[in-house]
Ligand binder design. Structure first.
Ligand code: HEC
Length: 140
């Protein structure tokens, strides 16, 4: 029985490794495209005044930040090959994580704090692009 479970695990991991797209989010490009979508959601909401935002908006921000942090975790475990990218990935996770955490507490000053952490997040995403894909001209 255990042996079967183990074999299924091995087969699954193998499928993940060889599939360019599909089973387990196949490429850096896909991960980034997903993060970029979430990034824009926060980018729009952070421009509002606190009294224009409601609980659903904060949930949207929190969820977006969580997805980005999770994407970065996936990237880190699957694609990061050197210590530099590893560190940049950690920066993205840290700042996305701070945004998500901040959404769970006091509303006073919340959107300002999100904006502050979002600038760090922007720079973290950007630092990888500026080093590794300068020619692509991606935003951030
Ligand atoms: C560790 C490096 C790294 C980090 C961190 C990173 N990216 Fe990327 N990003 C890349 C690479 C490499 C590409 C080019 C992928 C390709 O074209 O194959 C890319 C491409 C993109 C693209 C273009 C995607 C497309 O469809 O052509 C966008 C948009 C993007 N990243 C957004 C982000 C956002 C938002 C973040 C932060 C949450 C982020 N990236 C963090 C390395 C990174």
């Amino acid at each position: 029985m255990l042996k079967k479970v183990f074999m299924a695990g091995v087969v699954f991991l193998f499928a993940c490794t060889i599939s360019a797209k599909g089973y387990c989010q196949g490429s850096v490009k896909e991960l980034c495209a997903s993060s970029a979508k979430e990034f824009q959601k926060i980018n729009q909401l952070k421009g509002f005044m606190p009294d224009q935002l409601n609980d659903a908006d904060y949930k949207t921000i929190q969820h977006a930040a969580e997805v980005m942090a999770a994407n970065e975790g996936t990237r880190q475990s699957k694609f990061n090959v050197d210590a530099n990218t590893m560190n940049i990935s950690k920066l993205v996770q840290t700042h996305a994580g701070r945004i998500a955490d901040r959404c769970k507490s006091d509303k006073v000053g919340l959107i300002e704090d999100v904006g502050h952490n979002f600038r760090f997040l922007f720079l973290s995403c950007r630092s990888c692009h500026q080093i590794y894909v300068t020619e692509a001209g991606v935003a951030p």
